[in-house]
Design a protein around this ligand. Structure first.
Ligand SMILES: Nc1ncnc2c1ncn2[C@@H]1O[C@H](COP(=O)(O)OP(=O)(O)OP(=O)(O)O)[C@@H](O)[C@H]1O
Ligand SMILES: [Mg+2]
Length: 542
């Protein structure tokens, strides 16, 4: 736009410059004509002076000598005077002042001629006459005055011509400079325009490359739902190659029960609305459905909505994870409830009963008189009290093993395993690498919980009478819990196994994963092994 304006200005300056140059040259040539005209006038005046002088001289010669040749020469010369005056008159037709002077000269010339004719006639008749030449000198002086005026005029015109030449020169130079500046500006603008265009072209190509290489499906459609572009991500998501789907209706990728939703979307787009993060279902070429998140924006051309751009993201995995998380949360809450119920039941059924019994014993002892009975009752009460202490200690250990903080993983595991073995009768072999030093408290707690859950699973699910716990130092810490039981049931499907059944295994996996480690389970008819490997934290951080 700016370039066009500048070009128009350039053309205007060029045209006006050309017009100015034409006018100036016309003026200069007019001045030159005037100068040559003045010279012509001065020549004509000189001729007149000469003719007058010659007339005067030949008349004087005749009067002095009486020679007839002089007389005839006088007559021929004097007859040319009128012609000379006419020549001058023609040339000064545009100058009233000179015309007036010429009339005065002409009158004096007529007088002079009459005087000379008279003298010549008298001489012819033999009379003695004299001529002074004063009249002729006076006329010559007048004519010279005319010449002087003409010369003055000439000087003025020469000055004017020089001035106009100078002005023209300056004008033309200024015009040329303006043209040059405008030309340079226009050239600079043209070059910048070109650069901007090539930048826009490059950025468009870059954008197209980004769209094409995007993992998201990006497509565009007209307002009637006809697909107009389709990137590689769309090919992968929907299974349709671009050349087959472009030009077809977008309903091809929408399941029948979502057609109403699409109509709705097209209506909203036509109103200029944008649709953000719409989670919905779309149809693949092979007839399967895919969960997608759509962001749809109207595309405008000159403020008119001509279509829409669609970015579709495959959210199948995210949705699966969300569902898994949901199930896991429910499982965790149920497990918490179950655990609380179990603890409450355990306290109620054992410790509370024993404490009630203890209380009754004490009430009886208050009124006992027989020392033997009293001693038996005290002994019984002592036993009940120490059982309560033992039970509460076990319970507090399950809730949080105090030895873990004080003694570290190896010792805490050994104490815990002894307790389990005593209560359950399970033969547990514990093998802890003695070189292992204290670990990060988080790592110790996570590995302890893995051992707890795995042993609990052994007791609840494996049917095994023996179990083995090993802790070794191998590129980090590796804890494994094995049994010789029935093994885990055949999994119905990969995704269902851990989540659908319980929260123990997913919980263990998550704890270990958060420490940057891995939990693996190998299971078969001859037993199950759970292995948790946590990298050496200090080494990893170094
Ligand atoms: N050592 C094992 N031997 C045989 N089967 C096992 C063993 N450990 C786990 N399983 C099987 O794997 C399933 C999932 O175990 P997980 O610990 O996740 O849940 P759970 O023990 O059933 O319940 P929760 O731990 O949530 O109380 C168990 O139900 C069981 O069928
Ligand atoms: Mg379990």
């Amino acid at each position: 736009m700016r370039t066009a304006g500048l070009f128009l200005l350039l053309i205007a300056v060029l045209v006006s410059g050309t017009w100015y140059a034409y006018r100036a040259t016309t003026e200069i040539s007019g001045s030159e004509q005037w100068v040559s005209h003045t010279y012509q006038v001065m020549d004509a005046l000189d001729s007149l002076i000469l003719t007058l002088q010659r007339t005067q001289n030949t008349a004087a010669d005749y009067i002095a000598t009486g020679n007839a040749d002089y007389l005839s020469e006088y007559r021929a010369t004097s007859s040319r005077i009128a012609q000379r005056i006419d020549d001058v008159r023609r040339l000064i037709a545009d100058n009233p002042e000179q015309q007036r002077a010429l009339i005065a000269v002409e009158i004096n010339v007529v007088r002079l001629k009459a005087t000379l004719d008279q003298a010549a006639d008298a001489r012819t008749q033999g009379q003695v006459v004299t001529t002074t030449g004063d009249q002729q000198r006076s006329i010559t002086a007048d004519i010279r005055a005319m010449k002087a005026r003409e010369a003055e005029l000439l000087n003025r015109r020469v000055d004017e011509a020089a001035h106009s030449l100078q002005t023209t020169r300056v004008g033309l130079l200024a015009g040329a400079a303006a043209n040059l500046i405008l030309l340079i500006l226009a050239a600079a603008l043209v070059i910048r325009d070109q650069e901007q265009r090539s930048q826009i072209r490059d950025s468009r190509l870059q954008l197209a490359a980004i769209v094409d290489s995007s993992d998201d499906a990006i497509l565009s459609k007209s307002l009637d739902g006809t697909i107009t572009s389709w990137n590689k991500g769309a090919e992968q998501l929907y299974g349709w190659p671009a050349q087959e789907i472009i030009g077809q209706s977008v309903y091809r990728v929408v399941p029948d029960d979502h057609h109403e939703e699409l109509r709705n979307i097209l209506e909203r787009l036509a109103r200029g609305e944008r649709i953000d993060h719409l989670e919905t279902i779309r149809l693949r070429r092979d007839g399967t459905t895919v969960e997608v998140e759509l962001t749809i924006s109207p595309v405008r051309s000159d403020s008119t909505i001509t279509g829409a751009s669609v970015i579709a993201r495959d959210i199948t995995l995210r949705k699966q994870l969300e569902r898994s998380l949901h199930q896991l949360t429910i499982g965790v809450l149920q497990a918490q409830d179950e655990e609380r119920r179990r603890i409450a039941r355990e306290i109620h059924d054992t410790t509370v009963q024993k404490l009630a019994l203890l209380s009754m014993n004490m009430a009886k002892m208050k009124i006992m008189t027989d020392p033997a009975k009293m001693a038996a009752s005290v002994e019984n009460s002592q036993r009940l009290a120490s059982e309560c202490v033992q039970e509460l200690r076990t319970l507090s250990y399950v809730l949080h093993p105090p030895m873990l903080d004080e003694l570290g993983l190896g010792s805490a595991l050994k104490i815990y395993v002894e307790g389990i073995a005593q209560r359950s009768g399970l033969a547990i072999e514990t093998d802890v690498d003695p070189t292992i030093e204290r670990l990060d408290p988080e790592v110790e707690m996570a590995l302890f919980r893995v051992a707890q859950e795995s042993l609990s699973n052994v007791l609840r699910h494996s049917g095994s009478k023996i179990a083995q716990i090993r802790v070794v130092n191998q590129d980090g810490i590796e804890l494994s819990i094995s049994d010789k039981g029935v093994g885990m049931p055949e999994k119905p499907s990969a995704s269902e196994l851990p989540v659908a059944v319980g929260v123990g295994i997913p919980g263990m996996k998550e704890r270990i994963r958060q420490l940057g480690g891995v939990l693996t389970i190998t299971s078969g008819p001859s037993g199950t092994t759970v292995t948790a490997h946590v990298p050496d934290r200090k080494a990893a951080n170094a």
